[in-house]
Structure formats: structure tokens, C-alpha cells
Design a protein around this ligand. Structure first.
Ligand code: NDP
Length: 327
């Protein structure tokens, strides 16, 4: 089988450094699939990315068929089967939201165009760089020949964080918790939903029986976990973000286990009242390289208000990038 071409942008960054070695070791696509890595960086970071490529060489990973480092998006995405868009313009102190969106438009528009021009027909795109959902929308809108559903954004770290918090609270293994869902935006408004979650077949909501804990402790802990890590570590989460990116693509390509689902931000088809086209997180199952939004879940009042608030934020972001002519 020919190696799979995996493009990583922002390859010299913190997340890139935690991500690349795991991709090359087989964690992304399994122990039988060889990969070609394409590392995209801005010109001033190419040298650092070349250093990372030297370290990747020095691991002598049997599954790593080749590495290319470039600052040219066209080259980086040519023939790409999987694209992990990690590099983004971070919000700096005093920066207005419009400036942040415009700066990211300058990154994700040409990347969408390059994906459109040269990626493989089975391209799968995961946007990690923030604001991830809206950056994914910008790239998607500049890739009209690629099926819109191939553009996704990451809420898997939020999903994994929520499972970890629940496992501690309930004193059970993370592996016993199924059917947790993240809805909405990868931002402080995201909604981690336990109302369909189960532990060994028992309802998590019934086991907890504590709406106040959900509202006042669980949801804010998950939503603000990134800030708590910056406070503790003096740097933003990187290895856990990279791990979640691996989980997202791994499950998209290789499937979710029977009786469970995962969370991905994907273009809405109008399910659960989320306006069509918005890239919003949903519970999804995956099989044969395709995902499906889980249908037919009952959404209670507690959940409805929170999903609506997060989706309203996404609609605002979409309208803002529209007003800036970025989509
Ligand atoms: P990181 O590798 O730490 O983060 C990269 C992006 O991931 C940021 O936008 C960050 O958002 C986001 N992110 C999403 N989820 C998380 C999470 N849970 N925890 C932490 N971050 C998360 O950034 P670095 O500054 O170390 O590296 C970025 C690299 O990207 C640099 O090397 C830069 O040169 C490169 N870059 C490349 C571009 C390109 O290839 N064209 C374009 C722009 C930059 P947040 O800032 O909100 O934490």
C-alpha cells in the first residue's frame, strides 16, 4: 500500500512537536500504514521545523516513508490525504476580535485554496488552530471542489477532558464511560453533555443526580481547563491537544467502537436545530472513513439552552468573517 500523505501546519510549534512523533510511530493510522509527512511552516520557522525533521529521522521509525519541510502551501497539500491545520494566529493582548479573524483569514484562505488545488480526492481536514471552528469554515469556503464535510474542527480534547473529570468524580475507569458529547464551539461556550452518557450501561446523569455540580463545577472545569493548564504549567496544553488530534483522525479513519460515539466539530446538516453549514460539535459515529451525526437524541431544557448559546456564538463568528469578506 502506498504511504498516506499527512500534512501538518505549524509543525515547529508546541503541538506540532508533540504530534509528529506519534504520527510517525503509527498512532494516527495504525501499525500497518506508512506515512509521508509534509511539514508546513512560515518562512521564519522553517529552520526549526527542519530540526524537528532531523529528530524524526533519528528515530528511524519503520512507518515513516519520508519527510518534506516547506513554507509553500501548494507543495505541502499536494496529494495530501490527511491535513492537520495546527498553525494559527494566536490572540495577543489588546487584539480586537476582527483583527484576530482577519489574521486567521490570511492563513486559512490560502490553505483552503491549496487544498482545493492539489489535495488527494479522499482528503480529510482537521483544524486545531484557534478559533478552530471558524478557521475550518474559512478553509472550507475556499475549497469548493472538496466535499464540505471533509472540513472538521477539534473538540476531542474537550471530550477527553470531560471523560477524565467524570471518571474522577464517579470513581470509575475512563474506559467505562461511553456516549459523552461535546456540542457547539471549541471555546468557553462549549457544552459537555452527560445526559446520554453511560457507565457500564447505567446513566451517568442518574448516578450523579446533581445538576448543580454539572452547572457549577463540571461544565466550567472542562471549558476552562486550557486556562488552568496555562496557570499551572506556564505554557498552553500541547501534548494533550496533540493526543486529541491523533484520536480525532484515528477514529475518523478507523471507526468508533460499537456502542459508543465521539465528538467532532463538523458542518451542520441542520440536525438538532443547528443552522446548516455552521461547523459545530456534535456526537458522531464513524465507519469506513465517514462520520455520521448521531440522530434522535432527546435534548432536555438544560442542554437546549447551552447548545443554543454556543451555536449563537458560532453564528456570530460566521457573520463576522462574512462581513470581513473572508468567506
Ligand atoms: P501551539 O502549537 O501551542 O498551538 C497551535 C494552535 O493550536 C493555536 O492556535 C492554539 O490556539 C491551538 N489550540 C487548539 N486547541 C488547543 C488546546 N487545547 N491547547 C493548546 N492549543 C490549542 O502554538 P505555537 O505558537 O507553539 O506554534 C504555532 C506554530 O504555527 C508556530 O511554529 C508558527 O510559526 C506556526 N504557524 C504556521 C502557519 C503556517 O503553517 N502557514 C501559520 C501560522 C502559524 P490558542 O492560541 O488559542 O491556544
Amino acid at each position: 500500500m502506498a504511504p498516506v500523505n499527512v500534512t501538518v501546519t505549524g509543525a515547529a510549534g508546541q503541538i506540532g512537536y508533540a504530534l509528529l512523533f506519534r504520527i510517525a510511530s503509527g498512532a494516527l493510522l495504525g501499525p500497518d500504514t506508512k506515512v509521508n509527512l509534509r511539514l508546513l511552516e512560515i518562512p521564519q520557522a522553517v529552520k526549526a521545523a527542519e530540526g524537528t525533521a532531523m529528530e524524526l529521522d533519528d528515530c528511524a521509525f519503520p512507518l515513516l516513508a519520508g519527510i518534506e519541510v516547506t513554507d509553500d502551501a501548494k507543495k505541502a497539500f499536494d496529494g495530501a490525504n490527511v491535513a492537520l491545520l495546527v498553525g494559527a494566529r494566536p490572540r495577543t493582548k489588546g487584539m480586537e476580535r476582527g483583527d484576530l479573524l482577519a489574521a486567521n483569514g490570511g492563513i486559512f484562505k490560502p490553505q483552503g485554496e491549496a487544498i482545493n488545488a492539489g489535495a488527494a480526492s479522499d482528503i480529510k481536514v482537521l483544524v486545531v488552530g484557534n478559533p478552530a471552528n471558524t478557521n475550518a469554515l474559512i478553509a472550507q469556503q475556499h475549497a469548493p471542489d472538496v466535499p464540505a464535510a471533509r472540513f472538521t474542527a477539534m473538540t476531542r480534547l474537550d471530550h477527553n477532558r470531560a471523560i477524565s473529570q467524570l471518571s474522577t468524580k464517579l470513581g470509575v475507569s475512563v474506559a467505562d464511560i461511553k456516549k459523552l458529547a461535546i456540542w457547539g464551539n471549541h471555546s468557553a461556550t462549549q457544552y459537555p453533555d452527560v445526559f446520554h452518557a453511560e457507565v457500564n450501561g447505567k446513566s451517568v446523569a442518574e448516578l450523579l443526580n446533581d445538576e448543580a455540580w454539572l452547572a457549577d463545577t463540571f461544565i466550567p472545569t472542562v471549558a476552562k481547563r486550557g486556562a488552568a493548564i496555562i496557570e499551572a504549567r506556564g505554557a498552553s496544553s500541547a501534548a494533550s491537544a496533540a493526543n486529541a488530534a491523533i484520536d480525532h483522525i484515528h477514529d475518523w479513519v478507523l471507526g468508533t467502537p460499537a456502542g459508543d460515539w465521539t465528538s467532532m466539530a463538523v458542518p451542520s446538516d441542520g440536525s438538532y436545530g443547528v443552522p446548516e453549514g455552521i461547523i459545530s460539535s456534535f456526537p458522531v459515529t464513524t465507519a469506513d472513513g465517514e462520520y455520521q451525526i448521531v440522530q434522535g437524541l432527546e435534548v432536555n431544557e438544560f442542554s437546549r439552552a447551552r447548545i443554543d448559546a454556543s451555536v449563537a456564538e458560532l453564528v456570530e463568528e460566521r457573520d463576522a468573517v462574512k462581513a470581513l469578506d473572508l468567506i
